[in-house]
Design a protein around this ligand. Structure first.
Ligand code: FAD
Length: 475
């Protein structure tokens, strides 16, 4: 995807960089073997690959700072990496870059139930944060479907969301503070232990900044008491557009379910084959979950089901047990993985006003016919956060280019109906060259000036977010 870097240059540079890194870090913190570096050549956007010069796996903020000082001195670009589950190529290296990975930054530093917070090193996986506090009746709300694997580092990088973020907000709404190392090795603390720290909201700037501003090593996260109960209801419809209209009506009615998830026929079938979740045979399925006391659940479900009935559902079924609820969610959370078993796919991530769901779903179907590429839709419908999965054969001639062209048209459609290019997966390399469709030159300039302040030499996470020519000119 990028300009190839000559192999002689890579080898000479690698030797120099590794020698300097080894001088300041424990021996096992530096990965330099070419076969081991293959593990870092891509993230979950596997269509694009490039091995880095080296990878560093530090155990502390001090080790991250030492590695960054070396890279800063040598003017070596650095790619921060959590678990590498980005679907936007956010953690894709360039051939002249060093990866700084958080895999060994996994300590829990503090749990404070009185102030409802947990402080962790950022390599900790999302699900293990809840794992740390759930026996005491608490949980960490943002729940990406990748939560078993993805790290808090990447969640902060991408401002990640998940099925239950409709009610609880995404990462930025649950992040209280960070420790971050700037490219020159300076350690900064942003935010603190409460929701709104003093001064400019630099924490808000960092959350979702895709590794462009610094390497986040520690995070203070808000934890919440677990709700008394929760119940999902399955709603099957005979078209995507009708299901989309039902979502729009639920949101318009002012009810706030904890989650409204959408799956269309291709995804229902693929997921059901894999997870046996008990999904009905229909064109479009909504999973709507509410929570609270039994009375609260009953009241909310009565309103939501009455709205659904106005759209002639082919199925309307509440989960009857905890096992059934768990199966429903296991299915939804395995949908991407299940799709990966049957096809190569690119997962898009555009956000639209919920009222535009029927129109955009129709637009996606038209584009699927135009490009003759199969599309499955599975997404956080309550937030209007769409995830069309374009399925293709990665070995087919010209297929990737066709997928990219179709993906670009879908994302432009999202922008054109008043939405935006990304909801939770970030821009990465995937949407970098579409940024100018959404942002005017003055907006792009304002964002680049923010990067200038944090990373004046433009060494952090190169070739992402900003169109290539613009960012190259900045370096
Ligand atoms: C099957 C599947 C399901 C998914 N479902 C969801 C979902 O429901 N919701 C959702 O939001 N996403 C989802 N994703 C996308 C992905 O899991 C998220 O973007 C996740 O937050 C990435 O975390 P990570 O640790 O893997 O980060 P990485 O992929 O390693 O990195 C992501 C970004 O964060 C930056 N970064 C990493 N570490 C640091 C650091 N220490 N400091 C600063 N920047 C850093 C990277 O440079 C990169 O730009 C899914 C992905 C897959 C494969």
């Amino acid at each position: 995807m990028e300009m190839p870097v000559p192999r002689d240059f890579v080898l000479a540079r690698r030797a120099e960089v590794i020698e300097r890194l080894r001088a300041v870090l424990p021996a096992d913190a530096v990965v330099s073997d070419e076969t081991e570096l293959v593990a870092y050549e891509c993230d979950a956007l596997t269509a694009y690959r490039c091995p880095p010069l080296a990878a560093v796996l530090p155990r502390s903020t001090a080790e991250v700072a030492a590695a960054l000082r070396v890279c800063h001195d040598l003017r070596v670009p650095v790619v921060p990496r959590g678990s590498g589950t980005s679907l936007a190529g956010g953690a894709l290296p360039t051939a002249d870059s060093v990866i700084i990975g958080t895999a060994r930054l996994t300590d829990v530093l503090e749990v404070d139930y009185d102030d409802r917070l947990i402080r962790v090193q950022t390599g900790r996986t999302n699900l293990s944060v809840t794992g740390e506090v759930e026996a005491d009746g608490f949980f960490y709300a943002p729940d990406p479907s990748s939560q078993l694997a993805c790290a808090i580092a990447g969640n902060i990088g991408m401002n990640s969301g998940g099925a239950h973020c409709l009610k609880y907000g995404v990462t930025t709404n649950n992040l209280l503070g960070v420790t971050m190392v700037l490219m020159d090795g300076t350690v900064v603390e942003l935010g603190g232990g409460e929701m709104d720290a003093q001064g400019l909201d630099l924490l808000g700037v960092v959350c979702g900044s895709e590794g462009q501003l610094g390497v986040v090593t520690e995070a203070t996260l808000r934890i919440l008491p677990k709700p008394e109960g929760a119940r999902p209801v399955l709603m099957g419809f005979d078209s995507n557009e009708v299901a989309g209209a039902c979502v729009a009506d639920i949101i318009e009615a002012g009810v706030l379910p904890v989650a409204i998830e959408f799956m269309d026929r291709p995804i229902i079938r693929i997921t059901e084959d894999f997870a046996q979740a008990g999904y009905p045979d229909c064109e479009a399925l909504l999973i709507v979950e509410v929570e609270g006391s039994e009375d609260e659940i009953e009241e909310q479900l009565a309103t939501i089901e009455a709205i659904a009935r106005r759209h002639d559902p082919v199925e309307l079924r509440r989960a009857a047990s905890a096992d059934e609820s768990a199966a429903i969610w296991l299915g939804r959370k395995s949908a991407f993985g299940a799709t990966g078993r049957v096809a190569d796919y690119i997962c898009l991530d555009g956000t639209i006003p919920v009222s535009e769901l029927p129109r955009v779903l129709k637009g996606i179907r038209d584009l699927s016919e135009k490009y003759d590429l199969k599309v499955g839709n599975v997404f956080h419908a309550g937030d209007g956060n769409m995830h069309p999965l374009i399925m293709y054969d990665a070995n087919g001639d010209g297929q990737l280019e066709k997928v990219e062209a179709m993906g670009a048209e879908i994302l432009k459609l999202c922008v054109d109906v008043g939405g935006c290019l990304t909801g939770e997966h970030g821009v990465g390399v995937e949407k970098r060259d579409l940024m100018s469709h959404q942002f005017a030159p003055a907006d792009m300039e304002a964002m680049m000036r923010v990067k200038d302040v944090f990373d004046p030499a433009w060494l952090l996470n190169p070739a992402k977010v900003f169109p290539l020519a613009t960012s190259e000119a900045r370096r």
